[in-house]
Design a protein around this ligand. Structure first.
Ligand SMILES: [Zn+2]
Length: 661
């Protein structure tokens, strides 16, 4: 095939790189980072010395468009160099990157790179598919996965300091070149709670405090590269995944709209060539262009699958005809039953395709305040045609099927704690979008109400969430998500009849919704209607035999009915599916100890304590087990720990019977 951009071949020859000594690659993605909040982009109220230095050593891109204002889909675009309609991941909830896709890590591993990733939040957990091609994928966030308990933020995100320390540990152990390290730092994402001294220094703007803190932590990794004399031969790419809205267009945080505050991101690329240092690219580029550019800089062939354009020519100032239209989309409103949004942006104009489309002339109106769709009809038509062309050129008809992922209630709870609202089977990726769906602009108030309600749910304030969810349902009776959240609230408040009614309403609209089916059965169990509960749980498992909470509840049910062996089998099945499940470990330990298998019970009690050191019952059970194994000293230690946590365990060593609910 004839190369499309012959001048780039010339550009390649300027950078002869021996295959044996390929440069290393460090990719840093900083979540929710607005370019206009960085020193090197002209912001005066922050100190980001490390990122500013990187910009001096590298090329800074002035206008960079994210393809999706959502963490998982945006990272899929960065790491595959393809558009969302091709990689298929359109939202944080309900999708995973298909194994059939080519990732940067897969390409580099095939080229004998050592590959390692360190991610800061559960939304990029390996189960969502971005681990493909990484030898090491460090996504471990300590904490129990107890179903139904409030998920603490510490269980779903970790600070930049911890992520960077893990990455530094890896680098110290693996410094043979070449390597590819990806570091994802989540801190600027809301809630904005920087640690000291940034908390105090940026009291008026804690979002800036998070960025300044992230900069300091990233600086430690860059310093290590320099100390080890690896910095010179390492291509460093720093990018944001999306921006953040602070009330612009009445939007807070990101994901719902695709206006510039959530779509524009920073991008800095430090090459191993001195001549690119300190350059600024003024042409508009896209995150989809990052992966193809990295391959150019590493002098590696580009798989035909990649859709972005290599930017090396631009970076060297050798490409004059770069006229890139940038595509963006959000499917997040579709979670609520409303229309998705799509946009095409060029330097002077932006067209947003919606039930009520919008056109902004950016030169005179960078804040996108005046919709000129009526006055500039011809331009709107032209941009709409370009949008349609981008959509059809860069899509994979099978993507929606292969990227679909149904989530368990626990997984949904974890994503909910990060503020990502969605339902496991609300809208499978393969399902077609509602025609005649509402324009998200017209639903902003309802969206804010349900977002507020979901924040209360995530924080465990169920009573406070109830009025908002009920009001949402009054306005939008067909919104399954609101009914699902309402059902979860009632369930958490032990109001099982009301919870059951909410989930039954969902089943009227969507009879095969596993989540709703499961909760109806769980309510039956709590209401002691064991026959209905057993039938319901088995029905869930017939649809999805890996639905761990249904196995957990079957275990509860069999234990309550006095069948320890089938109960044990169910709890062990839960542990196969979810090795960190605290309930299942506690129950397995108890049932094993009760049947005389004390030695086998010990690791389960130990695991419960590891997951939740404050569990007095687990300390007590472990002490009883140690006593039976004649390990007096350990038994005393555990009993003392149990007694310290709960006085009811004090002085109970004579009883020698494990306690279990
Ligand atoms: Zn993000």
């Amino acid at each position: 095939m004839r190369p499309k951009y012959p001048f780039l071949i010339v550009a390649f020859s300027l950078l002869p790189i021996e295959a044996a000594s390929r440069p290393n690659l460090l990719l840093v993605t900083i979540d929710t980072l607005r370019p206009d909040h960085l020193g090197c982009y002209g912001y005066k109220q922050i100190r980001t010395p490390n990122i500013d230095q990187l910009a001096e050593d590298g090329v800074r891109f002035r206008t960079v468009v994210s393809q999706v204002p959502l963490t998982l889909p945006s990272h899929c675009t960065i790491l595959t160099g393809t558009y969302p309609a091709y990689h298929g991941v359109r939202d944080n909830v309900g999708y995973k990157l298909s194994e059939s896709k080519t990732t940067l890590a897969k390409i580099l591993r095939n080229q004998h790179y050592q590959t390692a990733a360190f991610v800061g939040a559960y939304v990029l957990n390996s189960k969502f598919g971005l681990n493909q091609g990484f030898d090491d994928y460090d996504d471990k966030i300590e904490g129990s996965s107890n179903f139904g308990s409030v998920v603490n933020l510490n269980q779903v995100e970790r600070r930049a300091g911890e992520v960077v320390s893990r990455a530094m540990g890896w680098l110290k152990a693996h410094s043979q070149s070449p390597f590819f390290v990806w570091i994802h730092l989540y801190d600027p994402h809301d809630p904005y709670e920087p640690p000291s001294p940034f908390k105090e220094q940026y009291k008026a703007n804690p979002y800036d405090g998070e960025i300044a803190y992230t900069d300091r932590e990233l600086g430690r990794f860059l310093e290590l590269l320099k100390q080890k004399r690896l910095y010179e031969n390492t291509v460093v790419v720093l990018a944001g995944d999306h921006g953040e809205s602070f009330g612009e267009h009445k939007e807070w945080t990101h994901g719902y709209f695709i206006y510039d505050p959530t779509i524009l991101v920073p991008l800095i690329i430090k090459t191993i060539q001195k001549e690119t240092a300190g350059k600024v690219v003024i042409e508009q580029v896209s995150l989809v262009d990052v992966a193809p550019t990295i391959l150019q800089l590493l002098d590696l062939p580009r798989p035909t699958e990649l859709q972005g354009l290599g930017m090396l020519g631009l970076m060297l100032g050798k490409q004059r005809d770069w006229q890139r239209q940038a595509y963006s989309e959000t499917f997040y409103p579709a979670q609520f039953g409303w229309s998705p949004l799509m946009a095409v942006r060029r330097a002077d104009a932006k067209f947003i395709k919606a039930p009520k489309s919008e056109l902004y002339e950016l030169r005179g109106d960078p804040g996108e305040h005046v919709n000129r769709i009526l006055q500039r009809n011809a331009l709107a038509h032209e941009l709409n045609a370009n949008l349609t062309q981008i959509e059809s050129t860069y899509s994979d008809p099978n993507a929606s099927q292969t990227a679909s992922l149904s989530l368990s209630p626990q997984e949904l709870e974890k994503l909910g704690a990060l503020g990502y609202v969605g339902m496991s089977s609300h809208r499978n990726a393969g399902e077609s979008l509602p025609s005649g769906a509402a324009d998200p602009k017209d639903k902003l108030e309802v969206y804010q109400m349900i977002s507020e309600g979901s924040r209360e749910v995530a924080a465990g304030r169920y009573l406070q969430a109830l009025p908002m969810l009920k009001r949402t349902i009054q306005i939008e009776p067909g919104m399954r998500m609101a009914r699902s959240m309402l059902g979860h609230c009632y369930f958490a408040l032990n109001q099982y009849e009301q919870a059951k009614d909410s989930f039954k309403e969902i089943l009227k609209m969507q009879p095969k919704n596993s989540d709703a089916q499961f909760y109806v059965a769980a309510c039956d169990y709590r209401l002691k209607d064991w026959t209905a509960a057993e039938t319901g749980l088995n029905r869930v498992l017939m649809q999805d035999r890996n639905f761990a909470p249904a196995h957990l509840y079957l275990g509860f049910l069999y234990q309550a009915k006095g069948y320890p062996n089938p109960a044990l089998a169910e709890f062990q099945r839960v542990l196969e599916l979810d090795p960190e499940n605290e309930d299942a470990h506690a129950k397995t330990g108890f049932l094993l100890a009760s049947s005389g298998k004390v030695k086998e019970a010990v690791p389960h009690f130990q695991k419960v304590i590891q997951l939740n050191p404050q569990d007095g019952e687990a300390h007590f059970n472990l002490s009883v087990a140690y006593q039976k194994l004649n390990r007096e000293e350990l038994a005393h230690q555990e009993l003392a720990a149990a007694c310290k946590l709960d006085r009811k365990y004090c002085g109970r060593e004579e009883k020698k019977v494990p306690s279990g609910k």
